[in-house]
Ligand binder design. Sequence first.
Ligand code: ATP
Ligand code: MG
Length: 192
Amino acid sequence: MRIGLFGGSFDPVHMGHLLAASESADQLELDEVHFVTAARPPHKRPVAPAEARHEMVVLATISDERFRASRLELDQPGPTFTVDTLRRARRRWPAAELFFITGADAYRDLASWREPQALVELAQMVAVSRPGYDLGRLDPFFRERVLFLEIPGYEISSTEIRRRVVDGRSVRYLVPYEVEVYIVKHRLYRAD
Ligand code: ATP
Ligand code: MG
């Protein structure tokens, strides 16, 4: 089994995430990609509740048989660090080849991640290209240990989607239809 773990706050999940996961699965011949919703990411404070973000990931991933919506970090108390998540994944799938997937932007501050040496031993680290972020200044330690994947550029972020909702603009074709409906139904990200 070759398993990709794709971590994020998914606030909300969008087409850029789905494309990144799909391209990673194709290029790395992964059997599964698990979308690991961060409950309490150490570096930022999500806007929507963790369960709502997870439910949107469930809706977004349900129609692709390679994708799983993972609760790996959701039921953990306290802040969640990637290295702990990878240790838990390793215990759950002792025989699997693990890949930890992020976008290029996540690697700019990789040096500040917990236990970098353990990270690269627990899983193959993977960085997919993302418009607006290059990896030119990456620490040599990581440059040698991270696998870089070139994927079609999708210039979109959860921040931009939340801003559009606040402004009353459409998010159609930026998020899956079911996610768009969920955001409206639960009145997420609105200013009022
Ligand atoms: P925010 O604006 O709230 O930070 P985001 O769009 O960056 O949201 P995250 O949940 O922070 O989404 O990202 C989860 C993972 O997906 C990160 O590793 C990020 O680099 C990657 N990612 C997000 N959007 C894209 C994209 N458009 N192309 C490639 N990778 C992406
Ligand atoms: Mg982000």
